[in-house]
Design a protein around this ligand. Structure first.
Ligand SMILES: [Zn+2]
Ligand SMILES: [Zn+2]
Length: 203
């Protein structure tokens, strides 16, 4: 994603990143609460088109940053059909750069990466980050742990004459092959923090 402007007070070296993240979230939320009170007191009638666009851009950036913070820590959840796992994740700019540097990559970057396993599956959540032909790189996450892993293709990824639909998962995946349970979920539902505003933790 493109940074529109640099943060005024980025975390400095030597600061515990978890404590810094929690502090930044509290700081952000407190400021929004104050601004919301001010806005509701004076009203926002007459907001110009330029101001509306600037506000929209700023909110989009804040939402993306919040989603990324959730993805890297407690994970994301999304609204989806009952036959899809609702957990999703994101890639950082640095991760995306590593995934595409010096290798022929197939997939374009997505805003969010949905878990592609069956709902209620055992083990960590898995979402395909990039394909290189002979193997794929997946985002693997569970219980606050998250990593990128290179995995061989599912043996049923080979297209056979009598079964023309390949499995899109990795070798050793739990559950059915992807073609036995319908399409892999798209990512149009939009992310939401796995632990929402009401503090309800994810599964
Ligand atoms: Zn999952
Ligand atoms: Zn398979």
């Amino acid at each position: 994603m493109t940074r529109q402007n640099e943060a005024a007070d980025p975390p400095r070296g030597g600061v515990d990143p978890v404590a810094a993240l929690i502090g930044a979230c509290h700081h952000f939320a407190t400021h929004i609460d104050v601004l919301a009170d001010q806005l509701s007191a004076v009203g926002v009638v007459g907001l110009s088109a330029d101001d509306a666009e600037r506000v929209s851009d700023a909110i989009t950036r804040a939402f993306t940053a919040t989603s990324l913070a959730s993805a890297l820590t407690v994970g994301l959840r999304r609204a989806c059909d009952d036959d899809e796992c609702p957990h999703s994740n994101m890639l950082t700019d640095a991760e995306w750069a590593r995934l595409t540097a010096g290798r022929i990559a197939v997939n374009a970057r997505k805003a969010t990466y949905s878990c592609e396993l069956e709902p209620g599956h055992p083990g960590p959540h898995m979402s395909l980050a990039q394909s290189y032909g002979e193997h794929d790189t997946w985002i693997r996450w569970a219980d606050g742990a998250r990593e990128l892993v290179d995995l061989a293709l599912c043996p049923s990824s080979v297209i056979l004459a009598d079964d023309p639909e390949p499995c899109l998962l990795f070798d050793g995946h739990p559950g059915n092959h992807s073609y036995d349970r319908g399409a892999v979920p798209d990512d149009g539902g939009g992310p939401s923090p796995e632990r929402g505003m009401d503090g309800v933790p994810g599964e």
